[in-house]
Design a protein around this ligand. Structure first.
Ligand code: FAD
Length: 283
């Protein structure tokens, strides 16, 4: 078995806005379940409006996964929330048999000013451990190219260490296209005695213009050589897709060979690209 065949896989969804979207997500999930992921995670918006839809999607995945061998992992962000509201969510998840949580600070929606009672993700991890002991496997976010609001790379690394020291079990990175950044980040963590698994978050590329907008917002660097190639394809979506598949598959292959413990795909609720990349890695 090659290195790439034998890796932990997890896949991220966002909560759909409509009943139709929920049906479509079920179909996507069932296609991706054939890849045997350990879990499907579902994002969670700070500030209210989409939270019930996260619960609905999470419980739907959990019910389907009970027989199919995968878990549901809700994301939970703390910014703008009270301890009581987080406590109630943890109870709801616990009562439904959820065992894994992706614990985040989140970002306050524009117009919302109150940061709430837990200001950073390490405080949320602390709170989850204090309230629920070892019930949940806690994932936290990591930033190989550093979080855009961090004062310095060193401060961000120490903030990451605080999350780990608070009791995180593993980490998923922001997406990136520069394998050196991941390898350097992991080496810096190991030097600080941070030993938990750090799973690369990988973004399959469906549309270059959307990716460029998204990357600017979250601080992920699009290397110049990739940007130039994509720009050269213009509206030729087939070429964008083909090149994107090659680039992302090569990135995953390199990361796994360098010792990454698994891959977490930001699927954008689409099955095709994630499934094709995994098929190539396992071929
Ligand atoms: P933190 O770890 O708290 O860090 C946030 C910033 O604060 C960093 O710059 C850090 O250096 C700094 N910092 C930390 N502690 C301190 C301190 N004590 N003093 C000063 N500065 C400090 N967002 C969502 O809204 N919903 C989601 O479902 C979601 N899922 C995500 C999943 C993954 C895998 C990743 C990588 C990101 C996700 N995000 C999500 C985005 C995330 O919420 C944002 O990047 C957010 O800005 C930071 O969240 P965090 O948990 O990394 O925060």
């Amino acid at each position: 078995m090659s290195i790439a065949q034998d890796f932990e896989l997890s896949i991220e969804f966002f909560p759909p806005q409509t009943a139709e979207g929920m049906d479509k997500l079920r179909q996507t999930r069932d296609k991706l379940a054939a890849l045997k992921p350990s879990f499907f995670s579902v994002t969670y918006g700070a500030g209210g409006s989409t939270q019930e839809r996260t619960f609905e999607a999470v419980f739907d995945i959990q019910a389907a996964g009970a027989n199919a061998g995968y878990d549901a992992a809700p994301h939970l962000s703390c910014v703008g929330s009270s301890k009581d509201s987080i406590r109630a969510i943890l109870k709801r998840y616990r009562d439904k048999g959820i065992r894994r949580i992706v614990a985040l600070r989140g970002d306050l929606p524009s117009g919302m000013a109150d940061p709430g009672e837990l200001r950073y993700a390490n405080e949320l991890v602390d709170f989850i451990r204090a309230e629920t002991g070892d019930h949940f496997h806690i994932e936290v976010a990591a930033y190989p190219e550093w979080h855009p609001q961090a004062k310095s790379a060193r401060d961000d690394l120490l903030a990451f260490k605080r999350k780990v020291d608070a009791g995180a079990d593993s980490a998923i990175t922001q997406y990136f296209f520069n394998a050196d950044a991941y390898e350097h980040f992991v080496a810096e963590c190991r030097a600080l005695n941070i030993t938990l698994p750090i799973v690369p978050g990988i973004m399959p590329i469906a549309s270059f213009s959307k990716l460029a907008r998204f990357s600017d917002a979250c601080g992920a660097e699009l290397p110049r050589w990739m940007r130039k190639k994509f720009e050269g394809f213009g509206d030729d979506t087939e070429s964008v897709k083909a090149f994107g598949l090659d680039v992302v598959t090569e990135l995953c292959d390199r990361l796994l060979r360098a010792g990454a413990p698994g891959i977490h795909f930001y699927s954008m609720n689409q099955a095709e690209l994630t499934a094709e990349i995994v098929r190539r890695l396992r071929a």
